[in-house]
Design a protein around this ligand. Sequence first.
Ligand SMILES: [Ca+2]
Length: 604
Amino acid sequence: MNRATVRLAMAALGVLLVSAAANGEWAPGSVHWPDDCGYVNVREQGAKGDGRTDDTAAIRKVLAEKNAVGIYFPPGTYLVSDTLLCGSSKRHFIQGAGPDRTLIRLKDRAPGFGDRNRPKAVFQNYDQPIGKGRNGQAFRNSYHDLAVEIGPGNSGAIGILYFNNNQGSMMNVRVKAAKGSGFAGVAMAQGWPGPALFRHLQITGCEYGIWSTIHQYSFTLEHVRLSGQRRAGLCNTKQRLFVRGLASRQASGVPAIENGSGMLLVIDSDLTGSGPAAITSKSDIFLRNVKTSGYKLAAKAKSGSVSGPHVTEHAASVLTFSSVAKTTLNLPVEESPTADWSKPSDWVSVAKYGAKGGDGEDDTEGIQRAIDSGARVVYLPRGFYDINGTVRVRGKVERLCLMESSVATGTDKTPGWDADKPVFRVEDGDSPFVIIEKFEGRYGTGRPVFEQATTRTLVLRTVVPRGSLGYRNVVPGGKLFLDDYCGGQLTFDRMTVYARQFNPENKGRKIHVKGGRFWVLGLKTERAGEIVRAEGGAEVEVLGGYIYRNRGKTLDDGTKPDAFINVGSSMSVCGIAGDSTCNEIRGGSTKVGKAGSGVYVGRP
Ligand SMILES: [Ca+2]
């Protein structure tokens, strides 16, 4: 092929990848992770990854590190024979080179993994036994881009016993068990896990694909594939689960979901098997656009039987103050953008342009020069950075990856200090979208962290900005994706916003939607204050939430605001655990009710 042909072929491939991503099916098989990104490389610490050597001791030594740590598993098969336990319950970032290339394999008949009544994990990031623990501070743990395989004869094995709080995710991960082996692919079974986002998670085999037993603090699942489980695809006793894009393929007599008393919301899913019902639940459930095949019923829930094979919408109850159709808004959903960044030549480090972590010197200029270099991907080797000015995200950059760094943004003693100056300002540029991901702001930072000054798409993924103001837009009409985001109050002025695993915890109003559209799957909040206020003809859809009113039920002025406020706009709220009070203000009158475990719908 000549150069033009190669370019054409690459362009065609790009189109293919983008269109495949649009239906949520695409996740990268091959991930580039630069050598100098500041993660600890397990190969450099004695792990062989050759599929023959037992790497347990070498990997455990790396994981035992008590401080926050990013751990990289280069391509290879890492054979292990015991639990890989993290040394601290928080800020452990487990990164592979893609689930096709990084495999952690539990030996056949490994000692201690043979008893299904005493499950034992391959990966575990909280040292408490199953059913024990009282932790709400396990921030940010993640497993990205790897696979775990459970060898034969390990019927008590759990692939990943997952634990986190506030912000954390499992993305692009596969767990596979040999025939008859494995208790659960992924488990959330220590007190108290979540909220977190599981996306592009694929589990084959085991008794349960996902096994969840604790009630706090909710989980959001998107594009999860469960197949060949022996008892149930997903077994949940108490947790609040918000699920979109579940594909379940089960043998005869195995349900897709066996749910206990937890809140369950399932949308846009496809459940194939046979037996009495695809979903069984002891509590009320919300279903929308769920296709089932082979089961006698789509669901058997507390609120009654739901016949299939295709459920357009099912809710236990409907709260509405008008005579409009009593179904949810069903807003069109867009997938969060992603692309192929597996080519090392796309990546540029800010170190090359003078930014340096940990030296206390301002890094604004170095980061800016890296962005203006024309690279598609700019990364900050993991460290402590100071951004005292404003980084302008523009030009060709598509992905700004901070490698789980910590970012300080100056104080009122910093020269040139301006409390209104943003840390990152996203401007017009060549790429239709920009992703800023993987970092945490320091406590006490006083400036707005993200300012969107463009109508092109911005994605904020796996971040905890921690500014006085996490985000604002100064140009209306843009698009924003929040994927696994924990931060303070947000205002969206005539924007289109899609949020997954969104956890604002500030006291007072959390989300203010001034016109435009706001769609959220998995909203978890804390403390007193309005959760969402919609006005200006906005369209708001809340699909699953845990509205946790802790740390005082009233604001400082003694008021106790309702959760969802609809001012002359369109709003639907469903799958809410905790405070579900809805307040509709229309034509000068105010009506109040509770959506409970059902649905609230209000539109003009
Ligand atoms: Ca620095």
